[in-house]
Design a protein around this ligand. Sequence first.
Ligand SMILES: C[S@@+](CC[C@H](N)C(=O)[O-])C[C@H]1O[C@@H](n2cnc3c(N)ncnc32)[C@H](O)[C@@H]1O
Length: 273
Amino acid sequence: MDANSYLVTELIDAGLNRREARWLVEEFSPDNPEAIAAMRVAAQRRLDGEPIQYVLGHWPFRSLDLELDRRVLIPRPETEELVGLAFDELMQRSLKEPLIVDLGCGSGAIGLSLLFELRQLGVHATLVAVDSSRDALDVTRANAAKHGLEGVTTVHSSWFEALDESLLGRVDLIVANPPYVGAAEFATLDPVLGYEPLGALVSEDTVRAEGFLDLEVIIGQSCAWLAPNGLLICEHGNMHRAPILQSAHDAMFADVQDLDDMFGNPRFLIAKR
Ligand SMILES: C[S@@+](CC[C@H](N)C(=O)[O-])C[C@H]1O[C@@H](n2cnc3c(N)ncnc32)[C@H](O)[C@@H]1O
């Protein structure tokens, strides 16, 4: 057995599964005492329950390897689907230089993936990445730099509040994966979610639905920022289909549909101005 195989076995014996044990050994290239010690510290974090994405400090999301830590939500597989929907809609419009706003950008997963994938096809999009967390904006900037993505502006704002008014009526696509879990539901969920920022997950209830306040604000205010034919695509909770369709109709979107995710749960609003 080579030295790395011994270390994988050591981590499995300590309680990690084989896949994660291998990832940690690959991540730390433990060929000296300091690296071995750092790997053991990381393994202990994982054994204590911290998500593997934070322990490794990066994770793949569509085409990008995103830097991740506890300042931002771990991007979910459903959100990769959201990017696919947004990408297809944008490609249908044949825009040369689309303007995209990513509300609640977190790690930058949605907006940066769109920018990257569009650029691969020669479409040079501009991204305004918005978050109320300065920490999240730092992570988005780090991920933009890591992937050499230009044309990204980060804005510290509660949704549209601090956006430059020159953007009014000019945005081709607004994407959002806002917090959408109600506080009562959150209390019943897996405690592992406690590793992620609470402000990325939990939203206030409204008369329409639990955990719906942020979605209501975004849907209510988006039309004013969208260009003619512009599009809002946002992710929402399992119980939000009826209130979300109602909110989109109230906001006077011309064309509204709501799609299931790959698990068959109601998940994505696509609303055209
Ligand atoms: C569910 S996370 C989504 C992160 C990322 N877009 C993703 O899909 O992985 C929601 C994000 O919205 C941000 N957020 C929460 N309330 C906000 C507000 N009022 N204005 C702007 N951003 C907000 C959080 O800081 C967090 O980064």
